[in-house]
Ligand binder design. Structure first.
Ligand code: FEO
Length: 166
């Protein structure tokens, strides 16, 4: 049985995950439009992963007999200055999501809601991986700059990313 406060907080997290999906879909569209199909693929997979995150919480609420309450999703930006700035924005957004997940864990522990705390562990680990991936790509983009052969090679590499459910 989830508390009202926990139910509201988890519904809020669904909204944040869906906004993340929307943001990365916008970045994917922008990258494709600029001719970076590999980067577009990376962001598209990120978009898919975020919908999986939202649905994990959705199913957890259902499993606990709590009400899912969907809210409006904020409009994402449609223009990004450079690939580097898009990834810097991605990292900043993921750091915000990490803080949000940590707040949920703190709430679960303060309520002695052990089931939700265990459920959230997957997200804690996932956030470490997401931030590490973003940092790695930012590092590479800083090395190759925003033009030329290096960027072409990165586009090819990111084009090879495949979607995995977990
Ligand atoms: Fe669902 Fe990228 O955090």
């Amino acid at each position: 049985m989830l508390s009202r406060k926990m139910t509201d907080a988890l519904n809020g997290q669904i909204n944040k995950e869906l906004y993340s999906a929307y943001l990365y879909l916008a970045m994917s569209a922008w990258a494709e439009n600029k001719g970076f199909k590999g980067f577009a693929n990376w962001f598209h997979i990120q978009y898919q992963e975020e919908t999986v995150h939202a649905m994990k919480i959705y199913h957890y609420l259902q499993e606990q007999g709590a009400a899912v309450a969907l809210d409006a999703i904020q409009k994402p930006p449609s223009e990004f200055k450079t690939l580097l700035s898009a990834f810097e924005e991605t990292l900043k957004h993921e750091q915000f999501i990490t803080r949000s997940i940590h707040e949920l864990v703190e709430l679960a522990l303060s309520e002695k809601d052990y089931a939700t705390s265990i459920f959230l562990q997957w997200f804690v680990t996932e956030q470490v991986e997401e931030e590490a991936n973003d940092n790695e790509i930012i590092g590479k983009l800083q090395m190759v700059g925003d033009k030329g052969h290096g960027l072409f090679m990165m586009d090819r590499e990111l084009g090879g990313r495949k979607f995995e459910e977990d």
